[in-house]
Design a protein around this ligand. Structure first.
Ligand code: SAH
Length: 258
């Protein structure tokens, strides 16, 4: 095999294996090698053809739990492609939404490896949808902002909190669980109402799905009381109240907005 293989950065969707795209599934079934992420549904890996090489990116040599191994993953993708293999890099949700897909794409470009992106259904949109929250709604929310909740512990977390708070639209935070208190505090500080409805959705679209609803001022406490752990997505905004009417999925805790 002398040709360099194609690397496909494929979004696996938010959890439910049926929420993967047809194109992504086809790539997965045809791949010689699959490098997958921690949050990817194991059922999808059963779609790989017999003999396909499977690599857990979390366990690539030199990887740490918080992306210290990104370099190792980049190298692995390049090495497999140079061996002439068709490679699927399977990532949770959408590869370019807080998935470090951009870094992998840049590494592949630099190495001269052909690649494509097969977008996926991001948990940023699927998690609210799964519990009955439309992220936009005529007359209620005219924008949706997807932000990381991860680095908001100290300082301003890099966000323009005033702009986030002022947007009036729906705010979706990924990786928020450890920082719920500071996220809520910053939004309140910049003018969001304490009564603003909020929801924290865990393992959306899977059988383990859980959701906690509470007003913004109480969401951190409600999540703590429910012992809600990652992976979860925080949704803040007036459309969260619509879940009361549209609701799907098991509601773990009351304090439903309204
Ligand atoms: N690329 C992914 C996001 C990766 S960051 C996407 O587009 O969905 C990982 C974060 O995504 C988690 O910390 C959590 O905030 C969110 N997440 C991923 N899967 C989720 C799920 N099934 N339910 C709720 N949130 C999820």
């Amino acid at each position: 095999m002398s040709d360099i293989g194609l690397v496909s950065l494929v979004g696996a969707g938010p959890g439910d294996p049926e929420l993967m795209t047809l194109k992504g599934l086809r790539r997965l079934r045809e791949a010689d090698a699959v490098v997958y992420d921690r949050l990817v549904c194991r059922e999808l890996l059963e779609e790989c053809r017999p003999g396909a090489e499977l690599y857990d990116a979390g366990k690539a040599p030199g990887t740490g739990r918080h992306g210290a191994g990104q370099e190792a993953t980049n190298r692995l993708l390049v090495t497999l492609a140079r061996q002439g293999k068709s490679v699927v890099r399977l990532k949770g949700g959408d590869p370019y939404v807080f998935g470090r897909g951009g870094e992998e794409a840049l590494a592949l470009v630099r190495a001269g490896v052909r690649f494509e992106v097969v977008p996926g259904v991001s948990s940023a949109l699927a998690a609210p949808a799964a519990v009955g929250i439309p992220v936009t709604h005529r007359g209620i929310a005219r924008s949706v902002t997807i932000a990381t909740g991860h680095d908001s512990r100290d300082g301003d977390g890099g966000h323009d909190w005033e702009a986030l708070a002022r947007s009036g639209g729906t705010l979706v935070f990924l990786m928020p669980v450890e920082h719920l208190e500071s996220i809520a505090a910053r939004l309140l500080e910049h003018g969001r109402s304490p009564a603003e409805p909020a929801a924290l959705v865990r393992w959306a679209t899977t059988p383990e799905q859980e959701v906690v609803f509470a007003p913004l001022s109480g969401i951190a406490e409600a999540a703590a009381r429910a012992s809600l752990r990652p992976p979860a997505t925080l949704v803040v905004g007036p459309t969260v109240a619509l879940a009361e009417v549209i609701a799907h999925g098991p509601v773990v805790l009351a304090g439903v907005p309204g």
